[in-house]
Structure formats: C-alpha cells, structure tokens
Write a protein that binds this ligand. Structure first.
Ligand SMILES: Cc1cc2nc3c(=O)[nH]c(=O)nc-3n(C[C@H](O)[C@H](O)[C@H](O)COP(=O)(O)OP(=O)(O)OC[C@H]3O[C@@H](n4cnc5c(N)ncnc54)[C@H](O)[C@@H]3O)c2cc1C
Length: 412
C-alpha cells in the first residue's frame, strides 16, 4: 500500500477533482469551514508554467475570505492602467486606481506563483493534496457519489456526498454529468511568451497594440520581466527571442527601444469558447475551466474560476450546516455563476473580435470609436468595472466578497 492510498479515506463530504488554481481555492474554503474533503490531482507535481498572468480586483476581493489576497498582492506587480494603442498612437486609457474595491489595480503574477501561494495557504491550515491520484469513474449512489480513484498503484474506492470537477477543459466530472460543452474553436492561435527585454515605453501599464498584422500585448511582470501576447494564424510552438522580437517590432511602437533578449517561457494555443449547459446535478458540480473556456483577451479565465470556487465553497458549507434548506445548491450555484461566465465569454469574444479585425475600414472605425470613448469617463469606468470583474459582483450572492462588504459599509 502506497502512502497516498494509505492516506486516502473511504468516505468524505467533498471530493475535489483537480488541484489547479480553482481546486486549491475550493479546498482552502472547505478546510477553513472545517468540512471533510479530499483533493486529488493526476499530476505528481505542481504545474510549473506561467499561463494566467493577471489577477483582477473582484477576484482578490473574493480571495480575501481565503486569507491569500495580501500574499498575492505582495508577490505581484500592481498596475493601475490599461491602454489601447495603434502602434505609436494612444487610443484609449482605462484607469483602475479609483475602482470601488479593496484592490484597485491589475495584479500581474504568473499562475505558478499564484498556485504556490494557494498551496502554501492550504497546507498551512492543515489541508493536503493527494498527488498522482486520478478520478477515473464516478457513479451516483442512493445518497452519495461512488468515486474510483487510480492511485498509480491500484484502485481506491471513495464515497463522497459531493464531487466538484475542478479538472479543467477535458473534465471527467463534466462527462459524468453528461452536459454539453457548447461552443466552438476559433481560427486564430495565440502566442504567449514571458521575456526579458529592453523596453523604453514604461512598466506602469498593460499596453495593447493594434496593427494591420494583428495585436500584441506587452504587460510588465514582477522581476523586471514582460508578458507578450500576440495572435498569429500559424504560431510556432516554441517561439525564439527573434520571433517574439519580430512580432513586437511589427505590431508595437515604431519608435523607441523594444529589444527582446530572452524567452523565459512560451506557449501557443488555439482559442475555444465553450460553456457547460449545466453547472451540476444533485451532487456533482463544475468550477473553472471544466465549466467555461474562452480567449485569453481580458485575462478572465482563471479569475472567473477562482470566483466560482469561493461561491461554491460557501454554498456547500451552508448546505452541510443546514441540509433542510429548501433551495438546492445546484440551482443556486447555476443561477449565480453561469450568467457570470456568459458575460465573461461575451467580453472575451468582443475583445478578440475587436483586436483581430483585418479590414482597413473596420479598423479605422474601431480606432475612431475608441478615441471618442477616451473622452467619456463614465464609459471608461464601466469598461474598468467589467475588466476588473467588479460589474459581476451580483453573481456571487455576496459570498465572501470583502470589497462588496466595504462598499456596503461606506454607503451606510
Ligand atoms: C498556455 C496557457 C495560457 C493561459 N493564459 C491565460 C491568461 O493569460 N489569462 C487567464 O485568465 N487564463 C489563462 N489561461 C487559462 C488558465 O490557465 C486556466 O483558466 C486555469 O488554469 C483554470 O484553472 P482550473 O483550476 O479550472 O483548471 P486547470 O488549471 O486546468 O487544472 C485542472 C487540474 O485538474 C487535474 N485533473 C484533470 N483531470 C483529472 C482527473 N480525472 N483526476 C485528477 N486530477 C485531474 C489536472 O492535472 C490539473 O492540475 C491559460 C492557459 C494556458 C494553457
């Protein structure tokens, strides 16, 4: 018998499948509430790659209740402005510094650092991750779910009152629920690269550049690094510094210095826009990429999943405290979180369409519209509320939102 099998119980209140950012956040929420749970992940180690690089204000407000926002904020780089430019010309400047939140900034932090901070928090309060353990089969029993776990050394049977699929885009929990993952795959692929570079255009804002060839985003990261994001029809799997340099030079500012010296991490991926028709059934629920995937435009994917986790954690804790409650968690959870993801998919889709316009007339009209918008402060505030996630506060039922509590108090 291995240590993992030995440590796995045969019954639990909640089985969390997947220890990515959303599974970790849910496990922290359950551990804080004193709820018995088992968190498993196929991977033997934490995933050591950069991926999602921005944490938004609404997410940090929600993560305050898990005791991690201060550490995330200390580790990340706080930026208060997002600008859209066409090569050298600034079209629109969106400020985040005066938003109604405890965290009025864009927090730049690579995903592996975020996952490490979540892991540290979980273990510091007595939680644990069963790594190298895969959920292979889930079956509804009379009052619970019977899960079969592959430990790498054999099968382990676990009975759980609830099972949460935090198991990413190819979710086995979603397959068990049997719901459709409705949507499509876009033509463009994205190149992401974390680089070192000489850049004479500042490290104070996230800069999105439009150009006839497509977009490029240049966003500062902690440690003097930069995240570069670009759309490309046939992106190389592992772009060299010279490839990234060519993209920045062709699409970014034509003046000043922009010289990429090292590529520290890179990735290429195709964009899927998909949303699960159902977020759960009697005892099985979906959070994060298992429920919704979309373009990285706007940096919303991981953020939406982290908010799902905090909301579902509160709902499960409430149900286990008071099982006689008349409203099912499934209805409440779906009503709160599916509309939030619908809005996020709409936002990411609009940003992607706007950024990938090819026709010169359409691009000209887009640029005029953005320049006009730059003179309308209420419209700019609305965009910042949307990008920061704060406009979607109503989709949390006020579960664990420190920012909402602060705003409510300020309004009394
Ligand atoms: C290259 C890349 C770049 C990205 N860039 C951005 C970005 O800029 N901004 C942004 O917001 N988002 C970005 N994302 C998306 C972001 O990484 C995801 O939204 C986020 O990781 C979702 O977290 P999650 O916990 O839902 O799922 P995941 O991070 O996918 O974690 C799922 C976990 O479940 C485990 N698992 C799966 N099946 C099983 C099973 N049967 N049993 C046990 N364990 C299982 C997996 O091993 C994995 O650890 C990017 C993603 C990629 C791949």
């Amino acid at each position: 018998m291995t240590e993992e099998t030995h440590m796995l119980p045969s019954t639990t209140d909640v089985l969390v499948v997947g220890a990515g950012p959303t599974g970790l956040a849910l496990a922290i929420s359950l551990q804080q509430a004193g709820i018995a749970h088992v968190l498993v992940d196929t991977r033997a180690e934490i995933q050591n790659t950069s991926r999602a690089a921005v944490i938004h204000a609404h997410t940090l407000d929600m993560l305050d209740s898990l005791g991690v926002s201060a550490r995330l904020a200390a580790a990340g780089l706080k930026l208060t402005t997002f600008t859209i430019r066409d090569r050298d010309r600034q079209l629109l400047r969106i400020p985040f510094g005066r938003l109604p939140t405890s965290h009025p900034y864009l927090l730049m932090l690579p995903q592996d650092a975020t996952e490490r901070i979540l892991t540290d928090r979980l273990t510091s309060i007595g939680g644990r991750i069963h790594r190298g353990v895969t959920a292979t089969r889930l079956q509804h029993g009379p009052a619970a779910v019977e899960a079969t776990l592959d430990t790498g050394h054999g099968e382990h049977a676990l009975i759980a009152r609830f099972v949460v699929g935090a198991d990413g885009m190819h979710s086995v929990v979603r397959a068990t629920i049997g719901t459709d993952f409705t949507g499509s795959t876009y033509e463009e692929s994205f190149v992401l690269a974390d680089v070192r570079m000489h850049w004479s255009h500042g490290r104070d804002d996230v800069q999105l550049f439009f150009s006839p060839d497509g977009l490029v985003v240049v966003a500062p990261l902690p440690g003097g690094e930069f995240r570069i994001v670009a759309t490309l029809d046939n992106a190389p799997e592992h772009p060299a510094a010279s490839d990234v340099q060519a993209l920045v030079q062709a699409r970014g500012p034509s003046r000043g210095t922009s010289e990429v010296t090292d590529v520290l991490w890179s990735s290429r991926f195709r964009i899927h826009h998909r949303l699960a028709d159902s977020y759960g059934d009697r005892s099985l629920f979906l959070i994060g990429d298992a429920a919704h995937v979309h373009s990285p435009a706007g940096g919303q994917g991981m953020n939406t999943g982290l908010v799902d986790a905090v909301v579902l954690g509160h709902l499960i804790a409430g149900e286990l405290r008071d099982p006689s409650s008349s409203r099912s968690i499934r209805d409440r959870y779906q009503q709160l979180r599916r509309p939030a993801a619908e809005q996020v998919l709409g936002l990411a889709g609009r940003l992607t369409t706007m950024a990938t316009m090819k026709h010169p007339v359409a691009r000209g009209l887009r640029n005029v519209a953005l320049t006009l918008l730059d003179h309308v402060p209420p419209a700019k505030h609305a965009i910042a509320m949307n990008l920061s996630g704060l406009s979607r506060r109503r989709f949390t039922g006020n579960t664990g939102d420190s920012g909402a509590a602060q705003v409510a108090l300020a309004g009394q």
